[in-house]
Every structure is written in C-alpha cells, then in structure tokens.
Design a protein. Structure first.
Length: 415
C-alpha cells in the first residue's frame, strides 16, 4: 500500500473503515469546514471562498478514502484534485497569507483522523490488530496530505509570481488596502486602479457555476451592467474561479430596471448581487460589503433571482444571519404554508406579491401573469393555511415570505 507492506487482513479492515466514512462524507466535510474556518476565519469570509474551501476538503477526503476502500494496496493518486488548486489560487488572488493553506490542511487532516479512529474502534476490538490498522492508516493519510500540501504550495507560489509581475497584482493590492480600511491616497489609488474613486460606486458580486473560461463570461456581464448604468468601464477583480468582484463608477444611482435588463442579456448562468450606490472610498468599501451580504444570502438558493439588490434585501439579510432561528421563525409564522412543496410555494409567492402590491389583485395578477380571480383564490387558500388574516401579523408574515422566497430550502419545512 503506497510502498508500505501491509497484511491483506489489515488492508481489508482499512477498506471497511473507509467505506463507513464515505457513507458519512457530508458530516465529515462539514466538520473539516468548521475546523478550517475556526483556525482561519478568512476561509469563510464570504460564500465564494467558503464554497471553494469546502469543495477542496470534499475532493481530498473522497480521493483518499476511495483509494483506501479499493483495497488494492495502491494508495491515492499522486495528482492533486482540481478543487484543491482552485481554492489555493483564490487565496493568492485575494492576497491571503500562504500559511493559511498549511493551517487549513492540518486542521482538516486532524478532523479526518479523529473520525477515522472513531470508526476504526467500531470495526476492530482493542488490541494489536487495531494498533496496526491505525499505524498503517496514519502513515497513508499523513503521506497523502504532505504530498498535496507540497504541490498546492508550489502552485500558489507560481500563481503569486505571475500576479506580482503585472497590473493585476497592483490592482489586487490597492483594492485590498481600500477594503481593509487602510490609509491610502485617493489620487494615487485611482491611478493604480485606472478607476476614478472620486465618484459614486455601485459594487457588484457576479458568480456562476464553475466551468471552462467562466471569468470571461463574468467580465462580459459586468461590462453589460456598466453600459446599462451609463458608467465607464467597470473595475473588475477575480475573487475565485467562478466569482468576480466589480465596481461601477457613476454620477448617479443606476436604474434597477436597466440593470435587470442587462442581466437578461448576459450568460443565463450568471447571477449578480448589487450593493447600494455610495460616494468616495468609504462608499467603495461599504457598497462591496453590502453586495457580499446579498451574495451570501442567495448563493445557497440556486433557483433564486439572477440579480438582487441590497436595498431590497437588507432586512431579510439581517433576519437570515442565524439560519436556524430564521428557519424556526418561518415555520412558526407560516405554519403549513411553509411546506417545501410546489403547491405551498405557489401560494406563498402569490401572497407575497399580493401583499407587496398593497393587496391589489389586478396588479399582483400582472406580476404573476395570472388572472386577478386566480390571485384572490390563492390568497384565500394561503390565508386558510396561515390560520388568520395576513394583516393580523403583517410584518412577520411578509418577512417570513421574503425569507422563504430568497433562501428557500434552508428555511422551509420538509414534507
């Protein structure tokens, strides 16, 4: 097994434990993710980097455990999972210290090892056989992690060398200083960015499912949005393999309808979170922070809107900060209307739009592309499921409906 002479019986037992861990892979990855964020909070700073970190943990865990479960003595492949390279490139592009990578791997390894020992104790009784099983596995696991760390660090250093040689490095460094609130000369920063900071800024976070040259697709979408906002070319900054941060510099607040139209012209997989339009360097930073909040809210709901604005979701985002409490609030407030079924979803959406249109059925019908009588019938059925008229607890009902609309499965009651 990877250069280690192991009795066939022990190889079989290692495979048995690996099978158990693969069957519980989601819980293992969740534990690894939590441990990494605890030691390196920057790895959970936003939805994009957190998702890449989790994908890397999963890919490495599955690769090693699958190799052990084969029981053929060959060990894990020597190449590095693509997901592991994706996250390390994001770390470099964001200017994060490379030591974070080392810490993340060691924390993840500790969680996996603790979990392996717990399962091994279920498979083998205490004694020499268990000791040999653990000794063999520790060598294999530590050897695999050491090999992967060496390769991803080398890739990170190569990526950093490329960045340091060009304009992207200057742009990344300057944006990072602004976002960190560091003292910086506005005129000098504008020159380095090729972007005028003495304007009003609307921050965007654009993202899509990773595939091929997705960064080019995201940058094209940002350009469409800039034209719709009557802005100069956007300031783009890749923030991962499938995420782009961008800023639009304008003299006035872009029209939301114009931005919505621009997104419809972009690649259908692109989604956009839009921060509030604010002036100066402080506005540049605050608008970006708000856009990240919107992206974090929507990223776990693939079927949600393609473009969302912080001004529309500020209260919803505040209510969703604690997802467990938000889910309890939605279920308690909506009752049977919170069911995760197509019928309940249709009733929720009808009631949400009806209340948003000040209980005007014709206007709600236009938005929902249905007849006013159908709207009224659905509202009556939704009211029946609520157990009271929506107006009795209007604020709570509207907030629960917004949470269900924007983050869906994370707060709905499973049938």
């Amino acid at each position: 097994m990877a250069g280690i002479t192991v009795p066939p019986a022990v190889v079989e037992l290692v495979g048995d434990v690996a099978d158990l861990m693969l069957n519980d892979i989601d819980r293992l990855v969740a534990g690894m993710d939590a441990a990494v964020v605890e030691i390196a909070p920057v790895m959970g700073a936003d939805a994009a980097i957190a998702a890449e970190m989790s994908a890397s943990n999963r890919a490495n865990a599955v690769r090693l455990l699958t190799a052990l479960a084969r029981r053929d003595g060959r060990g894990a492949p020597a190449d590095v999972p693509p997901e592991a390279l994706d996250v390390v490139r994001t770390v470099v592009r964001r200017g994060i210290d490379l030591d974070v990578i080392f810490q993340a791997y060691r924390r993840g390894q500790n969680v996996a090892w603790q979990r392996f020992m717990a399962y091994a104790a279920q498979v083998v009784a205490p004694g020499p056989e268990l000791v040999e099983l653990l000794e063999v596995t520790s060598q294999l696991m530590f050897s695999y992690v050491d090999q992967v760390i060496g390769r991803v660090i080398a890739d990170a250093q190569h990526e950093r060398e490329e960045l340091l040689g060009g304009a992207m490095a200057r742009r990344t460094e300057t944006v990072r200083l602004i976002l960190d609130g560091a003292p910086i000369d506005r005129r000098r920063a504008s020159e380095r960015l090729g972007y005028e900071l003495d304007r009003r800024h609307t921050a965007l976070v654009l993202w899509a499912e990773p595939r091929g040259e997705i960064q080019g697709v995201l940058e094209s979408a940002a350009t469409l949005l800039a034209r719709a906002a009557r802005a100069r070319p956007p300031l783009p900054l890749p923030s991962g393999t499938a995420t782009l941060w961008a800023w639009l510099g304008t003299t006035a607040t872009p029209a939301p309808d114009a931005l919505r139209h621009a997104v419809r012209l972009a690649d259908p997989t692109v989604r956009v979170a839009v921060g509030p339009t604010q002036p100066g360097i402080t506005g540049f930073r605050r608008s970006h922070a708000a856009a990240l909040v919107v992206q974090r809210l929507l990223s776990g709901h693939p079927g949600g809107e393609r473009i969302a604005f912080h001004r529309d979701l500020e209260v919803t985002a505040l209510a969703a900060q604690n997802q467990d409490q938000a889910a309890e609030f939605v279920v308690t407030t909506l009752g049977p209307l919170a069911a995760d079924t197509p019928g309940a979803a249709r009733l929720r959406e009808t009631l949400r739009v009806f209340l948003d249109e000040a209980e005007n059925a014709p206007r709600a019908g236009i938005r929902l592309h249905t007849h006013r009588n159908t709207v009224l019938q659905r509202v009556a059925r939704a009211t029946e499921l609520l157990g009271h008229h929506p107006g009795e607890r209007r604020l709570a009902v509207e907030l629960a409906l917004e949470l269900a609309h924007h983050i869906g499965l994370r707060v709905l009651a499973r049938p």
